[in-house]
Design a protein around this ligand. Structure first.
Ligand code: PMP
Length: 397
């Protein structure tokens, strides 16, 4: 026992001092900030020990579930879209305006929280197959919620199209916006305008990561990063971070982590979304067929377009692999990851294997597993006590 303790002590004292001055300078408690919106950004970047030990690379994860409003990376985007709309005079705080959005959940939750903080109403349309805790949380946050049956984007009743149409109808039927200051909550719906946030096409999305996640990652890594790995839902994260990092680090490898059923993997690897069979079949018109929520899409959105030329490679991750990785992260590191975070970590390991030992790979933990209890984690099951999974089992799942 003493021998083990001594060797651990030795190991500890041999560890290099932190390199990043920015981190050392900010290691004190954060300052007082204004409102819940002040608790967005500046998230931790931490080393995932198990994956780093196994691969010989340093695999770092940005703890985006620490964002304070909606507990996901979408807080950055929601705040950025609202602030831009305010700047452009489309939204006025406490005027009774309503923010509409079509979302798989996370963006809606962030918008709902920030709407309350800034005196707006939120009306969220989300596909009815998403985890029920997301719509429950939206209702608790005072949003109006439409659960829309899953339908492809080409259909009128798709959740995004529904949000867009509702916003337009609201604005068309609203009396001219307030000029007489604040409006009572009971009157807001009748007085304000409708704003369609449009996270897929609204470029305030990738700019939030260009101005936030990107510079944070660069500072936290002291400019030493070999690869950045992320999935794409709207594409805002991967485009924004890549656009910030690539000019500073021309050798950086940017890797898309793509769940099964998504067309983006083919788009990155082969320049086309669908192979001939898929184009002729029904896949093109179907929703992405995966248990993973938040990433994977079958079209090139404006936010993906903004960074797509900067993506060097893609890794396709099956549902079974995502579930196995999620269990691994709990078993080995106590990390309770959301489904897209598990996909990201899987792709980070694949990237580490491709680059070889000694590289530093950064990925995103976009939200936590608590958003995925009834669907993804119900399927993943309980991790159990004395388990000793091998990484090869996860990779071959
Ligand atoms: N993870 C989760 C849980 C998300 O909700 C989203 C956004 N839909 C993403 C990852 C992907 O981020 P982006 O939209 O920036 O591509």
């Amino acid at each position: 026992c003493k021998e083990i303790l001594d060797s651990r002590r030795k190991e500890k004292s041999a560890k290099p001092k932190p390199q990043c001055e920015a981190l050392v300078a900010h290691s004190g408690p954060p300052e007082i900030v204004e409102g819940i919106q002040g608790c967005i950004g500046n998230t931790h970047l931490f080393r995932i020990k198990s994956l780093s030990d196994e691969t010989g690379c340093e695999i770092l994860a940005k703890a985006e579930f620490l964002n304070g409003a909606g507990q996901s990376s979408k807080d950055r985007v929601a705040l950025s879209m609202i602030e831009l709309a305010e700047e452009e005079g489309i939204l006025t705080p406490y005027s009774g305006d309503t923010i509409y959005e079509g979302t798989s959940g996370s963006t809606g939750i962030s918008l709902a929280s920030l709407a309350r903080a800034k005196g707006y109403l939120a009306h969220i349309c989300l596909p009815s197959d998403q985890a029920i805790e997301k719509s429950n949380l939206l209702l608790k946050l005072g949003a109006i919620v439409d659960r829309v049956p899953p339908a492809p984007i080409v259909e009128k009743e798709n959740f995004i199209n529904r949000a867009r149409a509702l916003a337009a109808a609201h604005t068309a039927s609203a009396p001219v916006a307030t000029e007489d200051g604040e409006v009572e909550p009971s009157e807001r719906m009748a007085r304000g305008r409708g704003f369609f946030a449009d996270q897929f096409e609204n470029e305030a999305n990738w700019r939030a990561h260009y101005g936030g996640s990107g510079p944070e990652i660069y500072a936290q890594c002291n400019g030493k990063i070999d690869a950045f790995v992320a999935g794409a839902g709207t594409g805002g994260t991967i485009s924004g971070v890549a656009r910030y990092l690539k000019p500073l680090l021309p050798d950086l490898t940017v890797v898309l982590a793509d769940p099964q059923g998504s067309g983006l993997y083919n788009r990155v690897r082969y320049g086309v979304m669908f192979d001939v069979k898929e184009r002729e079949g029904t896949r093109r018109r179907r929703q992405v067929d995966t248990i993973v929520e938040g990433i994977g899409v079958n079209r090139v959105t404006a936010n993906f377009e903004a960074g797509k030329e900067l993506i060097d490679d893609a890794v396709r991750v099956t549902d079974a692999q995502a579930l196995a990785m999620a269990r691994w992260l709990v078993e080995k590191d106590g990390i309770f990851a959301g489904s897209s975070s598990a996909v990201n970590c899987f792709a980070a390991v694949k990237t580490a294997q491709k680059l070889g030992p000694g590289h530093r790979i950064v990925t995103m933990l976009s939200d936590s597993g608590s958003r995925h209890l009834s669907r993804f984690w119900a399927k993943a099951g309980d991790v159990g006590g004395a388990v000793d999974t091998k990484l090869s089992d996860v990779l071959n799942a």
